[in-house]
Design a protein around this ligand. Structure first.
Ligand code: HEC
Length: 148
């Protein structure tokens, strides 16, 4: 439990410092690291490594939702040429397909927030049902738009 809270606050700190740097590539990567942190918490809950707690479940979902609201803003033209990016040039070549993946991520996250209610998904099954489509959106976007 303590570990989870620490992870989430580290993630928030990393995200904030990237915003301060005003660097779109660093910012989008920090946002994705926040996604990785929240998805790690979700996986820990689902595997039973972290005892299920509705507030922790809601925290993970809220963090994913927050990323989904801003991530798409950090892909200015030409930022596929940065040395340290894994963003595929397809993001700029297939803007409609990219937007569809952003929308899928945002709508799955919004639905998960909605399903969380005020105090978080009541039990692990409710959590899995809420977060599953969000985690599915990670994979489909990475397959199409992240280079390896
Ligand atoms: C709409 C597309 C999209 C979605 C949805 C998405 N990602 Fe990503 N992700 C990317 C792209 C593009 C990059 C590469 C960014 C770069 O290197 O500039 C990336 C990079 C990453 C990275 C590496 C960050 C780094 O420091 O290099 C992690 C970790 C990650 N994503 C996790 C996730 C997780 C977990 C989810 C789901 C909760 C998710 N992503 C959802 C597009 C997406």
């Amino acid at each position: 439990m303590k570990k989870t809270v620490l992870t989430l606050s580290l993630v928030a700190a990393a995200t904030m410092s990237a915003f301060a740097a005003d660097d779109p590539v660093a910012t989008r990567k920090a946002l994705m690291q926040a996604n990785g942190g929240a998805a790690g918490v979700a996986a820990g809950l689902m595997k039973g490594d972290i005892e299920y707690n509705p507030a922790v479940g809601k925290n993970a979902i809220t963090a994913l939702y927050a990323v989904s609201q801003t991530f798409g803003d950090y892909f200015p033209d030409g930022s596929d040429m940065a040395a340290d990016t894994k963003a595929s040039s397809k993001i700029w070549e297939d803007a409609a397909g990219w937007q569809a993946e952003l929308d899928k991520f945002a709508s799955a996250s919004a639905a998960a927030v909605e399903a969380s209610g005020r105090s978080g998904p009541a039990d692990l099954d409710a959590f899995k049902a809420a977060v599953g489509p969000v985690l599915g959106s990670c994979r489909s976007c990475h397959e199409g738009y992240q280079t390896r």
